[in-house]
Unconditional design. Sequence first.
Length: 422
Amino acid sequence: EAPPVWMREYGEEDETAVGVLQCAGRCRLARKLLRELRAEEAKRPQNTGWGFDTLTSVYMCNAKTVPSTRMIGEKMIFPCEKAVAHTIVQTYEGKLDLEGRYSGQGKATLVNGATYDGEWENGLMHGKGLYKWPSGVSYKGPFVMGKMLGKGSMRWPGGNVYDGEVCDGRRHGRGRFQMVMESDEVEDESAVVTYEGMWANGRRNGQGTLLYDSDGKQKYDGFWRDDERHGQGVMYYRTGNVYSGTWRAGKHHGHGQMLWYAKNEVYVGGWQNGLQHGKGEHVWFMEVQSGSPFQTQNRYKGNWRNGLRHGHGIFEYADGSRYSGEWVGGKKHGQGSFIYPDGKSHEGMFDNDKIANNAPPKKWAASGEIVLKIEDVLAEAESPAAELTAIRNTLLQYMSELKQIFRYYSQPVSQEPVNKMT
């Protein structure tokens, strides 16, 4: 039986090993388990991109041709026969057992160019050892029947380092990975990027923290799925911006809060694929004038679609204007009402951020007068004269504060983030 294509690519030496193994495992169970091994390796996601490593299972020569330890049974060991070991190991220096198999401490050079220095048992790498690939990648840690399994350390050319748990040659469990990032995720290509957290099958999965630069000013702390931010997490950007909320496939998705530090803006609400979507509230804080205790702001509360105001919403402007109605694509469009700073208002249809048909505004119907019957208060007072003096002082005090607030807010705003009316 000729070896399949996926086996041929490893060279003539490995083909010999395949042939010996196939002859040793002609039984139906052996062939079935070999097919399962091939299918498992074929569907295994490649450990590419972020980690620069494609660490396949290390079973003697790191070829995918050697059967697993469960070939005969879950609890039985499948030792590597001496003839098979010689087709895989090119040179060996170390101890042997009574049957001539590698056992104890030993050094080996494999036919694929890799080297191993460590403990052996039943002809397999078993115990603590150091495995080096021809590419320069190395693994130092425990081996279990020819597989990397346990807490170990990996080194890549260029200084990348992983310290943590490993399963079947891949980062799996809790570990810390430090490397030089060369991608669009960071501006400084010489930045030392550090990830510490959970791994699954060679990728970031579960809770973990990623520092995008050496000083830690840009970092993500939260959950991951297949190397992407996914689930609840907080992202601190170098610019000072902060997003706290849910993620999906590396983008803001679900409910979250975004703070734009330089722009003095904050948004709380729904997100979809990195854009504001659903119900949410966005506030634009204006610069406070020197010596003034008052804060001005533009505020929108309502529906969003793909990052734009869309649907019903209320916009309150810093100068006191207010629009309540329908929005389409970030503009006032449809039925709505607009109140001007002087109290005038318009209620009707809006078209593309303008009043439809240029309808004139009408006077606001609400009365601005307040009727206060002081005699009702004085009738129950023990000292009407003293009570009247107290009322006058209170009115003067609050009238002064109201005048101050009115003067401040009635001043024209130099810049507005959103056009009110055209």
